[in-house]
Design a protein around this ligand. Structure first.
Ligand code: ARG
Length: 458
């Protein structure tokens, strides 16, 4: 017999039952559902809607159900459709007809909104934790390689030499914003929907504030219609998740490039790479590739949820059951990625020699030659043209700027003197960018210090 079977005269179609059930995935909400029910029943008892004895017995029964679930003694039943009705029927097995009083003044609509908000809270906390670990790994790489110079790129063309630590800290900054976005979303997630009933509230004299207090919610969803139909917090989570994986994926792309034979800037640890079944020499950056690949499903979950919501009339609609799998999938995809990311970054070997070599075999000091000429009074546009011609000359000769004699420099501009050589050395090029946020050692150390301070506050 269905919990809602009263107005029905026929059996439900078996395929329909299977199709509409959510127990296959929403069983992940079991512990939240029970915690929410315990708070609800406690309040019902305190408000005199149930007797103290009834409330106590239901709470005890719910605790027993929880123990059975944790012990793996429960099989979920599709004919009970979802986690809420599965738990209610398990409660009935424990305490009999009294279980029927649990749902007084409540609907599955406000119940499921509550469960999802409780799930979201935990996921936000876990993700912040995971992000902090990745930040720490990036910071450790920055600390171990504070003075390592390597090429900075624009358009994936060598642009200007930078400190490797500066590059690591750029990702720390991205992840910091991700953390702050998650933390900011907390105040919107952490509002209690329970008490909204099916949509309009309830006739029972319940105390919503008390339930909020018991469950650690900062406030109440103010409008009962909104409380049961709002899934903004899911969209926000999926959107924040999408940005997180965007940032991870950009780093993944760099790790894949850097570990290639063509770059050889890093070597990923054996523990985070795989081999080829055919080619014995291969060491593949699978984790980085897969995180990059999983970006697709995380974006998909966001677009899927937005699309599901876009034309839903108020208030609850069954469509909203579709909020779960995407939410779970994004949360699990991200926590899996973050758990692997931290040790993968931590253990990667930075090949300082190869990086240093790279910046001596390019024209990434060309801007500095132009700036040097400006310092000697040449207008920047003119200096730009002079250096362009100098570079062209070098390319034809197979030289880099530092290979030129003073005489050769002077063919292009009389303003060049002996001091140009010191200025064009990669370390000096880096040091010269001593502006706030720039790549000079002192500036990067300041960024490192500031980043660590923020992380400690997270
Ligand atoms: N399984 C449902 C969901 O996830 C729970 C709420 C169902 N409410 C209802 N009136 N059918 O959305």
């Amino acid at each position: 017999m269905k919990l809602w079977g009263g107005r029905f005269t026929k059996e439900t179609n078996a395929l329909m039952e299977e199709y509409t059930a959510s127990i296959g995935f929403d069983h992940k909400l079991a512990s939240y559902d029970i915690e929410g029910s315990i708070a609800h029943v406690t309040m019902l008892g305190e408000c005199g809607i149930l007797t103290d004895h009834e409330a106590d017995e239901i709470v005890e029964g719910l605790n027993k159900v929880q123990q059975k679930i944790l012990a793996g003694e429960v099989t979920w039943n599709v004919s009970h459709e979802d986690i809420h009705m599965n738990i209610e029927s398990l409660l009935k097995e424990e305490i009999g007809p009294l279980s029927g009083k649990l749902h007084t003044g409540r609907s599955r609509n406000d119940q499921v909104a509550l469960d999802m908000r409780m799930y979201a809270r935990d996921q936000v906390a876990d993700l912040v934790d995971g992000l902090v670990h990745v930040q720490q790994a990036l910071i450790n790489q920055a600390i171990q390689n504070t003075k390592v110079v390597f090429p900075g790129y624009t358009h994936l063309q060598r642009a200007q030499p930078i400190l490797f630590s500066h590059h690591m800290l750029a990702y720390v900054a991205m992840l910091q914003r991700d953390i702050e976005r998650l933390q900011d979303s907390w105040k919107r997630i952490n509002q209690l929907p329970l008490g909204a009933g099916a949509l309009a509230g309830t006739t029972f004299p319940i105390d919503r504030d008390r339930v909020a207090e018991l469950l650690g919610f900062e406030g109440l969803c103010e409008n009962s219609l909104d409380a049961v139909s709002d899934r903004d917090f899911v969209v926000e989570f999926l959107s924040n998740g999408s940005l997180i994986i965007t940032h991870l994926s950009r780093l993944c792309e760099e790790l894949v490039l850097w570990s290639s034979q063509e770059f050889q800037f890093i070597e990923l640890d054996d523990a985070f790479t795989t081999g080829s079944s055919m080619m014995p020499q291969k060491k593949n950056p699978d984790v980085a590739e897969l995180v990059r690949g999983k970006t697709g499903r995380v974006y998909g979950n966001l677009i899927g949820m937005l699309t599901t919501l876009k034309a839903l009339p108020l208030a609850y609609n069954k469509d909203m059951q579709e909020d779960k799998e995407g939410m779970f999938d994004t949360a699990e995809t991200l926590s899996g990625a973050l758990a692997l990311f931290a040790p993968m970054i931590e253990t990667m070997e930075v090949k300082e020699g190869v990086m240093r070599q790279a910046v001596t075999e390019d024209f990434s000091n060309a801007t500095d030659l132009a700036d040097y000429l400006v310092g000697k009074g040449v207008p920047f546009r003119e200096a730009h043209a002079i250096v362009g011609e100098t570079v062209l000359y070098c390319i034809e000769k197979g030289f880099y700027l530092l290979d030129l004699s003073l005489q050769e420099f002077r063919k292009f501009s009389e303003a060049v003197d002996d001091d140009v050589y010191h200025l064009l050395a990669p370390e000096q090029v880096v040091e010269a960018r001593n502006v706030q946020g720039g790549t000079a050692y002192a500036q990067v150390m300041q960024q490192l210090f500031d980043a660590e301070k923020k992380i400690q506050a997270s």
